[in-house]
Design a protein around this ligand. Sequence first.
Ligand SMILES: Nc1ncnc2c1ncn2[C@@H]1O[C@H](COP(=O)(O)OP(=O)(O)O)[C@@H](O)[C@H]1O
Ligand SMILES: [Mg+2]
Length: 124
Amino acid sequence: MKWEGSGPDPSKVKLELNVEHLMLDINTSIPLGLIVNELITNSMKYAGKLKIDFYPQDNYFILKVSDNGIGIPEELDIENTKSLGLQLVNSLTEQINGQLTVNRKDPTEFKIIIPGNQFLVKLK
Ligand SMILES: Nc1ncnc2c1ncn2[C@@H]1O[C@H](COP(=O)(O)OP(=O)(O)O)[C@@H](O)[C@H]1O
Ligand SMILES: [Mg+2]
């Protein structure tokens, strides 16, 4: 069937998901969901293949959204964009006491480190 909606063609998007089953505090999970949503939307816009990783490491949790796309333009100041998407990512990351680092290309990767005490129970 031909895709007639707006936005990226879902049949052209490949997703690799590596996430642990965790129970999150609601004050962390809601902002985190919004962050993931923004990053995924961007990866679908600018790339064909994206990967999401979410896992604990020491006393932190790591979220990575990466893609194989065109890369983030050199002149773009990620912490000071006029566009709403990355503004939201920056302010929500701050809200959950996270730290954002970005690799611009090959792969384009947004990595957010979040203090682990904001997460409740590891389920399995
Ligand atoms: N995954 C990505 N790959 C390449 N460029 C990106 C990616 N994510 C963000 N960008 C760049 O950062 C800019 C700002 O992103 P964003 O604030 O989400 O705005 P928008 O999605 O409306 O373009 C984008 O216009 C694009 O140039
Ligand atoms: Mg966006």
